[in-house]
Design a protein around this ligand. Structure first.
Ligand code: AMP
Ligand code: MN
Ligand code: MN
Ligand code: MN
Length: 285
């Protein structure tokens, strides 16, 4: 494989909490000059066949992908998996189990929002949901904007549905070592998603990287929408310290909501090993 010049290995479709279909994302990626793409819906593989077919029709190199919700040190951490066999039974079962609590959590979120005077949020959020197994906080955020409670989804995540705010319901996601096992046993590479977003102490962050490495994790997102230039420098250093490869992914969800479009992030800094060097044999064309 010639090295990709514009890899984008993190984004979401209507199969989770994005607003574009897998086909529309493939077209947008190709139009934006992406030359290695992965669709990484939350806890779902339901868009993979569509993404693979759409990418193939466009001549766009593709890696299978998902983003697994994990609970670690009383926080939610996201682990991206890349280049696995998306028909693997263990991975599919693990993701199904991870998805299974979302419905109940959504109803509890709605009840909590009703306590501060916001009625009907569950039904409202459902209007934005394509995949009944994947109702997410993003769908609630879109409804709260529609209902005039907030001006945009960023404001929703500042005022509601995050820890300590109305509508937040703590949830137990997958264990880190289970998520890593599902990905690696299906032949994939595990990546810590947007590490700059977690409110960890230095000790907790060190524990995350240590356990991730110990259980077979191989890479870290360095270039991603949530990162400042200082974050990229910091996680470049951590990649070197833990001998982990680096990934690049926009985390694109929607033309209306996302700060970075597909393929428009900063390049990986010098001095890191790009994760695609570990995945050459897994690229679909
Ligand atoms: P869930 O998996 O249901 O907890 O929803 C998590 C999703 O909410 C993330 O993948 C993002 O798409 C979105 N999200 C979480 N926090 C924020 C935030 N501060 N600003 C914008 N979107 C957010
Ligand atoms: Mn999301
Ligand atoms: Mn994420
Ligand atoms: Mn994401």
């Amino acid at each position: 494989m010639t090295a990709p010049r514009n890899a984008d290995l993190h984004c979401h479709s209507t199969v989770s909490d994005g607003t574009l279909t897998p086909e529309a994302l493939a077209q947008r990626a190709a139009r934006n000059g992406v030359d290695l793409w992965a669709l990484t819906d939350h806890d779902e593989l339901g868009g993979q066949d569509r993404a693979i077919a759409a990418a193939r029709a466009l001549g766009l190199a593709y890696l299978s992908g998902t983003e697994i919700s994990v609970s670690f040190a009383a926080q939610t951490v996201h682990i991206v998996g890349l280049g696995f066999d998306h028909t693997d039974a263990g991975l599919q079962a693990g993701l199904r189990a991870t998805r299974s609590g979302r419905e109940q959590r959504a109803r509890a979120m709605s009840e909590d929002l009703a306590r501060v005077g916001i009625a009907g949020a569950y039904e409202g959020a459902l209007k934005y949901v394509d995949n009944p197994e994947l109702i997410s906080r993003t769908h609630f955020a879109r409804y709260l904007v529609e209902a005039g409670v907030c001006r945009d989804t960023n404001e929703v995540f500042r005022r509601y549905i995050t820890e300590g705010k109305p509508g937040f319901v703590p949830h137990r996601w997958a264990a880190l070592r289970d998520a890593l096992r599902w990905i690696t046993q299906a032949g994939g590479v595990a990546v810590i998603a947007h590490p700059g977003r977690y409110p960890f102490s230095a000790n907790e962050e060190y524990a995350l990287f240590s356990e991730f490495k110990a259980h077979g994790g191989q890479a870290v997102e360095v270039s991603t929408a949530a990162h400042s230039p200082a974050d990229s420098v910091k996680f470049t250093t951590l990649c070197q310290e833990f001998d982990l490869a680096a990934s690049r992914g926009s985390d694109f969800h929607s033309p209306q909501e996302s700060r970075f479009d597909l393929g428009q992030l900063p390049a990986l800094p010098a001095g890191v090993r790009p994760v695609w060097e570990l995945l050459q044999a897994r690229v679909l064309r």
